[in-house]
Design a protein around this ligand. Structure first.
Ligand SMILES: Nc1ncnc2c1ncn2[C@@H]1O[C@H](COP(=O)(O)OP(=O)(O)OP(=O)(O)O)[C@@H](O)[C@H]1O
Length: 248
């Protein structure tokens, strides 16, 4: 069963066109949304969530039309877009108090468990947290209302390799122990090697490929050159697909 199905998503900006994006996230799986800077990853996520107004396309979430059931869907959805830096001077406890009022199925015991598990101190202000801790706090909030789908925009960007590995490991554990589904954007291919089940690749606003990871990798092996012995890695696939020739 697919937890999220995106069909024909199109968004036109004056200097950019996100065109006819379609893909699906199966239940209990991690989908990595990849593309270089400016490819349209954030625009895709914001269009899915109705944070920008797409020109075309349908979004089915939890078997419902997202646009017609937005408030219901949001109860089971955890979203981390662009961090919480605009709450820099707020204490975590204060942000939590505002957040929990929004969710019908807020679970205080679960919240306390994740706060302890992630070693978060709720009397601290957002600006006192490391980047990895901020991501963990956002995840703690999402998990405390039993979100079934997490949509995360570049959750690992700006993290050091150890913190990145820690967050990716946490994603895998969440998927395996709680059957949560995750859609996250990144331009860091090693994130996907480590933890994605499926990959959707957007290039210049267009969908290049969306497939299960090993099928995805297989489908790009025509980019191999004579002296390539092993299969191309995701990094090589992306570099070769995006490489430009300069007339200098
Ligand atoms: N509100 C907006 N108005 C006009 N153009 C926009 C707007 N938001 C994004 N764009 C343009 O859409 C294009 C895609 O941007 P987007 O942020 O979706 O890319 P991205 O793949 O998430 O990039 P990055 O990895 O750098 O975050 C860019 O050319 C950007 O300038």
């Amino acid at each position: 069963m697919n937890i999220l199905t995106v069909k024909g998503l199109t968004k036109r900006y004056p200097n950019f066109l996100l065109e006819d994006i379609s893909f699906a996230v199966p239940e209990g799986k991690i989908m990595g949304l990849i593309g270089k800077n400016g490819a349209g990853k954030s625009t895709t996520l914001k269009s899915i969530l109705n944070l920008v107004n797409p020109d075309h396309g349908t979004i089915e979430m939890f078997g419902m039309d997202f646009r017609k059931n937005e408030e219901r869907c949001k109860q089971d959805l955890g979203v981390v877009l662009g961090g919480i830096d605009f709450y820099n001077h707020k204490k975590l406890a204060d942000i939590t108090a505002v957040t929990k009022a929004f969710y019908k199925n807020w679970d205080n015991r679960a919240y306390q468990k994740y706060i302890n598990e992630f070693s978060l101190l709720t009397h601290k202000k957002v600006k006192e947290l490391s980047s990895g801790m901020k991501v963990k706090y956002m995840l703690a909030l999402a998990l405390s209302h039993n979100a079934k789908l997490l949509i995360l925009d570049e959750p690992t960007s700006g993290l050091d390799p150890v913190s990145r590995d820690d967050i990716l490991e946490l994603f895998r554990q969440l998927v395996e122990s709680k059957n949560i589904s995750i859609l996250f954007s990144t331009h860091i291919t090693s994130d996907l090697e480590k933890c994605a089940d499926y990959i959707t690749y957007i290039k210049d606003g267009k969908l290049l490929k969306s497939a299960e990871k090993s099928d995805f990798i297989k489908s790009f092996q025509h980019l191999k050159e004579a002296d390539d012995k092993a299969d191309l890695s995701l990094e090589e696939i992306m570099i070769r697909t995006e490489r430009r020739r300069y007339n200098v």
